[in-house]
Design a protein around this ligand. Structure first.
Ligand SMILES: [Fe+2]
Length: 395
């Protein structure tokens, strides 16, 4: 690195650093609102400060003085240019190791990182593909030359490249439900490479793209691959579906997470859907073997990841620790949902329409709509911080 030129780092580089012990200060130069709405979050803690770009324009000396001298600085902004400008200013003002994020916060928002779930000798490969910018998880199953994705995000190039590296092509794309919080990649995968879209009908009735409707209890497979069983798990949405792979892995979408469940109020029928979700949790999931590994569609915090930085847990463990399993009856569960109700972001209505194929927007607009952490958990950011233990004893 030349002493006078800033270093350019990618979202992947940033994630890799965040999985270790970062040795830099992350300087976010977006405005305060953007910074508070959507910040970089990763498995490791970092010193992370916000000094808006305009402060540097107005008073460079005072702004530089706010940053501890002699530190490594990594700058992030919305698109790239302001971070580049600030980096150059820092280098001109005594800092020696400064870098800026290539393509800005959008690249962080769209970045995907795969983690293998199956052992080396397994005849198929299953990956959890984490999207740290959305706090969401998609999945890829690879059997020989065929691959299937589950809840892909709109960054379909990543999924295509990832499958290709392993000699496979994506032939099927499954949705656990019609997503509200991010633009799903299934329609794009269908349009781009002809992948067959697999969904249950309730969430997709009247959708404006071709899909194969799935039935509760139906089984299917990639050629020569493990059984994929369709299990209707309504509540978060009426069409919410879980996919049971090889009787070992249960991809639950937004039905159940590691510490909470999917919020059942997004459809505007909180009370009715709370009961439906309660029954899904207490009947459908309770009937499934405790050793089955639950693979959720979202997480709230990196604290939920295991030592390998994967979001998964045996169902038996979740029955003990997840708050959603700890309400003595449906009334208490509905009460908990009510106490945690919060408005859903306005953009969710439009994202739902995009995910039904009813609305098309330009890529740049999509990237803006798609930015930010999910709001799908029943207790993610609610006013009540309730542990499983306290919920059990709540009267
Ligand atoms: Fe959702």
């Amino acid at each position: 690195m030349s002493p006078n030129k800033p270093y350019i780092y990618t979202a992947e580089d940033l994630y890799e650093k965040l999985t270790g012990k970062p040795d830099f200060i992350l300087l976010d130069v977006r405005n305060e609102k953007e910074f508070h709405n959507f910040a970089v979050e990763g498995p490791g803690f970092i010193p992370y400060i916000n000094i808006p770009y305009y402060d540097f324009i107005e008073d460079i000396e005072a702004s530089v003085a706010k940053i501890p001298a002699g530190q490594k600085i990594r700058v992030v902004c919305s698109k790239e240019n302001s971070a580049k400008f600030v980096s150059e200013q820092l280098l001109a003002n005594g800092f020696t190791d400064v870098g800026y994020l290539k393509d800005g916060i959008v690249s962080w928002g769209n970045m995907l990182t795969p983690h293998k779930l199956t052992p080396t000798k397994s005849p198929y490969k299953l990956y959890q593909i984490i999207r740290p910018g959305k706090a969401s998880c998609s999945y890829m199953l690879i059997v020989g030359k065929e691959a299937a994705v589950f809840d892909p995000s709109a960054n379909i190039q990543f999924y295509q490249d990832f499958a290709k590296k392993q000699g496979a092509t994506i032939v099927k794309t499954f949705e656990t439900h019609r997503q509200a919080d991010y633009i799903a990649g299934s329609i794009l995968l269908h349009k781009t490479i002809g992948a067959e879209v697999m969904v249950m009908t309730p969430d997709f009735a009247g959708a404006d793209f071709p899909y194969t409707p799935l039935e509760n209890g139906q089984t299917l497979a990639l050629t020569g691959g493990p059984e994929i069983k369709v299990i209707h798990t309504p509540g978060h949405t009426l069409g919410s579906t879980s996919y049971f792979i090889d009787g070992k892995f249960l991809l639950t979408g937004d039905t159940i997470f590691i510490q909470s469940a999917g919020r059942p109020d997004l459809g505007g029928k909180s009370e009715e859907w709370s009961r439906i979700l309660y029954l899904t949790l207490m009947v459908t999931l309770r009937d499934i073997d405790d050793n089955v590994l639950i693979l959720p569609g979202h997480y709230t915090s990196w604290n939920e990841a295991n030592a390998d930085l994967v979001f998964c847990a045996p169902l038996g463990e979740l029955k003990k620790t997840n708050i959603a399993f700890h309400f003595v009856h449906e009334g208490k569960f509905a009460e908990f949902i009510q106490e945690n109700l919060r408005p859903q972001p306005e953009v969710y209505a439009e994202i739902r329409r995009i995910n039904a194929g009813w609305l098309n927007v330009e890529l740049e607009e999509q990237n803006i709509m798609d930015l930010g952490k999910n709001e799908c958990g029943a207790s993610n950011y609610g006013k009540v911080g309730v542990s499983a233990e306290s919920a059990r004893h709540k009267d």
